[in-house]
Design a protein around this ligand. Structure first.
Ligand code: NAD
Length: 487
């Protein structure tokens, strides 16, 4: 297990010697002390990235791609260890980390490995006598700040496109969950990424994260995290006007029409909100149901929620693990009181599980709360296994509720009516919409939000626009044309 800063191809302690404990949320025991980067360490990493940039950005794109493909293979070869490390540090059940997080991480590096030599420019039809072409150049040194909810996967989402495009990276994982990003750095060194191309520095948000956002030699900052910190990143980045990409919070609407297939809704909605203990920006945290099917749906949804097996994330039969920290667990449980204060009714859960074996951990039962769409619990991101339920009587009302928060990241709808499905999808104010499914993601499909959920997109070709900048080149190809505009 690597616990030091990865700078210029080597694992080194922080210059200050400072460390921070990373804990196992199953029982709050210490897993390791991890080096904590300060501003001087970020400077070292930026210097290493600057030194590596000319060679890396000028390397044949196919060779950069080949390294990403080798990394994807190495991730698969080390899948069991990576899954275990991720489960230990985050609390995700091992069946999810092994079957979803690790394969998705490898798939993302592989997809962008294939993308590296397909980042084409274009020839633009301008007036006769001139050739105008546009190339896509890397942005330069890219700062990346990621949260704790899917640290392994987000390391790939952030690094893979940046590297494919020829950028060098300085990444800060979340202070709660630094281990899997450091493990990826170790694999990168093993498969032959040149020193300095990638630097991974665990550190505190308001110290190392803030400095990455401020740094005059960092040309772009890509941030995934809360909307509140996203605003700070924008302010901190203004010094050198760096490019900013923000993947922020969400309050996913999950709209069930009266003609929906309820079997599918129950399964899809449970996955939507309870997978990863609800710690997902795209979690289906608001169930919005047509009044004619609400009773039947709720009965089945509550029964499924109560049947979810909560336990030690390393137990392969566990379906739901602990939240990632004690502080966060307390915050999620505080929303149960907030719900009650505004007249909400707890239909299921709302407390820690009653199991002695889980008493030391950060566990919360799957929680279902009937609430008004304007209540705080239906407006604010709880980021836990906590779903609000409200009903509607017309499509217009459903849309008004669905679009009635400041967020706009992911939304789902369930109906068998094709026209309604596409009409509602068009009217949802949301970066992503799932019809008769929920929370599907792919390295090929654009991911991101609108409004308080941020701007810019991850994944697909869209993200290559984020990690490249266009250059327009004019060539005078006709000797008879004067090299200036005629007077
Ligand atoms: P957070 O905003 O508290 O922290 C995210 C990262 O930012 C961490 O690495 C943290 O150290 C760093 N940070 C904190 N303060 C900073 C500052 N002043 N300057 C720079 N960096 C700073 O978020 P979190 O609690 O770790 O994660 C949960 C949040 O992330 C939720 O709001 C969730 O919706 C969001 N999220 C969004 C997406 C998406 O793609 N839209 C995906 C996952 C999570």
């Amino acid at each position: 297990m690597q616990t030091q800063l990865f700078i210029d191809g080597r694992f080194v302690p922080a210059l200050s010697g400072e460390t921070l404990a990373t804990l196992n949320p199953h029982d709050n025991s210490e897993i390791a002390q991890v080096s904590m980067a300060g501003r001087a360490d970020i400077d070292r990493a930026v210097d290493a990235a600057k030194a590596a940039f000319p060679k890396w950005s000028n390397m044949a794109a196919a060779d950069r791609g080949r390294l990403l493909l080798k990394l994807a293979d190495a991730i698969e070869a080390n899948a069991d260890e990576l899954a275990r490390l991720e489960s230990l540090d985050t609390g995700h059940p091992i069946r999810d980390t092994r079957n979803l997080d690790v394969p998705r991480t490898a798939a993302t590096f592989r997809y962008f490995g294939g993308m590296a030599d397909k980042i084409e420019g274009s020839v633009i039809p301008v007036e006769a006598g001139f050739l105008n072409y546009m190339t896509r150049e890397p942005v330069g040194i890219v700062g990346q700040v990621v949260p704790w909810n899917f640290p392994l996967m987000f390391t790939s989402w952030k690094m893979a496109p940046a590297l494919a495009a020829g950028n060098c990276v300085v990444m800060k994982p979340a202070e709660l969950t630094p281990l899997s990003s450091l493990a990826i750095a170790e694999l990168m060194a093993e498969v032959g990424f040149p020193a300095g191309v990638v630097n991974v520095l665990p550190g505190l948000g308001h110290v190392a994260g803030q400095y990455i956002a401020e740094h005059p030699d960092i040309s772009k900052v890509a941030f995934t995290g809360s909307t509140a910190v996203g605003r700070k990143i924008v302010q901190a980045s203004s010094g050198n006007l760096k490019k900013v990409q923000l993947e922020l919070g969400g309050k996913g609407a999950n709209v069930v029409f009266s003609d929906a297939n309820l079997d599918a809704v129950v399964q899809g909605s449970a996955f939507g909100i309870f997978h990863n203990q609800g710690q997902a920006c795209i979690a289906a945290s608001r169930l919005i149901v047509h009044e004619s099917v609400a009773d039947e749906l709720l009965e089945r949804f509550i029964a499924l929620a109560r049947s979810i097996k909560i336990g030690d994330p390393l137990d392969p039969s566990t379906e739901m693990g602990p939240l990632t920290s004690q502080l966060h667990r307390d915050r999620v449980l505080s929303y149960v009181d907030i719900a009650r204060e505004q007249g909400g009714r707890v239909l299921s859960g709302g407390k820690a599980p009653d199991l002695a074996a889980l008493a030391k951990g950060c566990y919360v039962e799957p929680t279902i709360v009937a609430a008004k769409p304007t209540d705080r619990v239906a407006q604010e991101e709880v980021f836990g296994p906590f779903v609000t339920v409200s009903t509607f009587s017309s499509d217009e009302e459903a849309l008004a509720i669905a679009n009635g928060t400041e967020y706009g990241l992911g939304a789902g709808l369930w109906t068998q009516n094709l026209q309604r499905a596409h009409l509602v999808a068009r009217q949802l104010r949301s970066g992503m919409v799932w019809i008769n499914c929920y929370k599907r993601v792919s390295p090929a499909s654009p991911f991101g939000g609108v409004g308080a959920s941020g701007y810019g997109r991850e994944m697909g070709f869209e993200v290559m626009r984020e990690y490249t900048q266009p250059k327009s080149v004019w060539v005078n190809v006709d000797a008879n044309i004067p090299p200036y505009y005629p007077r």
